[in-house]
Design a protein around this ligand. Structure first.
Ligand SMILES: [Zn+2]
Length: 388
């Protein structure tokens, strides 16, 4: 009867091993090998090698074909110390894989050498419960929920559009929600700005919003920017986020958000409302179209609408803000088809959605052909009328 030690020695003689430095060098190549982590869940959640596919040893034979269909593809297998991965490597060879190596020393040696590793976020018991209707969707799953929890979204404005969009994003578990608004809650806001309440009249909107959003979901880290966007602060504020939800109530902010987002390569989910009508589209991070393809320049100040109070049906921003939240979640999850290149116009009186094609304008000053986006100049246009 061979002892386990003898068995292992025999296996190690049959397979090929690679040390952690060799693994790192292989992973840094232009076409790196597949790296497979065969440890158990409680080990994996403590940290893993970036880029690794996690298949616990017990599932390896069943699942490897989905992860690495090509049997000639180079594979490096690792476990905690190099023993299980040696056994795993032999199984893969038996399955017909021809270029398999086991990482000697395992993840322990990797970590001790000071090589980079990542700690995955896992759902707590409370989160498993809270997000179960998400994780039940195969298109979302635990992986998607973790993406949302790691997601960083900035809502421009905590008003009519920012209220429903931030509420649904918080409910969905978007982990970091930025809100920029320099206003205070006013009694006339309450007809549509459902983040706020009567007892908070006079309170800064970002403070009121934080209270509501954390009351709904304590997982969400609310980052408050009690400011007005200007060419001085827009780059710094936007750079901290993955997706920008533009619910601005004025043109100068929309241009500033558009131009800065193009410079930074961030997608913008844009909506606006007026009386009984709302519009929504997505300006993608790459390519176009952008806001300036729609409206190249703001109207000159003398033609700008006068600053009287514009009316708006209170429910309307609810519809448009929820559509913005939907597009944002899709972008974070990489699901479905966004509204990039399409403008949806909602007429509340006729209950009609119309879809218009939006094309990138090759002559657009900010996303046109040959434009160097890093050189876009940010402009602070004179303030003109608000409509939110
Ligand atoms: Zn453009």
């Amino acid at each position: 009867m061979p002892t386990f030690q003898n068995l292992l020695k025999g296996i190690k003689a049959e397979i090929r091993e690679i040390d952690v430095q060799g693994t790192k060098a292989a992973l840094d190549q232009a076409t790196p090998p597949a790296i497979v982590d065969v440890r158990e869940q409680d080990e994996y959640v403590q940290g893993y090698i970036p880029g690794a596919v996690w298949i616990p040893r017990g599932f390896l034979e069943q699942k490897i074909e989905d992860a690495v269909p090509d049997r000639a593809a180079p594979i490096i297998v690792y476990c905690a110390g190099g023993t299980r991965s040696a056994l795993a490597a032999r199984s893969l060879i038996e399955l017909g894989y021809t270029n398999v190596k086991s990482m000697a020393g395992g993840f322990g040696a990797w970590k001790r050498t000071g090589l980079p590793w990542k700690a995955p976020t896992v759902l707590s018991r409370e989160q498993e419960q809270r997000y179960s209707r998400h994780t039940l969707l195969p298109e979302v799953g635990v992986k998607g929920q973790i993406k949302l929890l790691e997601g960083r979204v900035l809502c421009i404005g905590a008003g009519g559009l920012g209220s429903p969009s931030s509420l649904y994003l918080a409910a969905a578990g978007v982990g970091t929600l930025g809100l920029i608004d320099d206003d205070v809650v006013d009694a006339t806001n309450l007809q549509r700005q459902i983040l706020h309440s009567l007892d908070r009249v006079g309170m800064p909107k970002v403070d009121s919003a934080e209270k509501t959003l954390n009351g709904l979901n304590p997982d969400v880290r609310v980052q408050k920017h009690k400011a007005r966007l200007t060419s001085d602060n827009v780059m710094e504020i936007l750079s901290g986020y993955d997706v920008i939800v533009d619910g601005a109530d004025n043109f100068q902010t929309r241009y500033l958000v558009n131009d800065a987002a193009l410079k930074l390569g961030k997608p913008v989910v844009h909506a606006s409302i007026f009386r009984f009508e709302g519009q929504i589209t997505v300006f993608p991070a790459e390519g176009g179209p952008c806001y300036r393809c729609l409206y190249p320049e703001p109207p000159p100040p003398e033609e700008a609408p006068s600053c009287q109070e514009a009316g708006v049906l209170g429910v309307l921003p609810g519809i448009m803000g929820v559509l913005q939240a939907t597009e944002t979640v899709k972008i974070l999850l990489g699901l479905g088809t966004t509204l990039a290149g399409r403008l949806v116009v909602y007429d509340a009186l006729k209950t009609r959605f119309r879809e218009l094609k939006l094309r990138r304008d090759p002559k657009c000053p900010t996303c046109g052909d040959g434009v160097d986006r890093s050189k876009i100049q940010l402009i602070d246009y004179a303030q003109f009328c608000a409509g939110n």
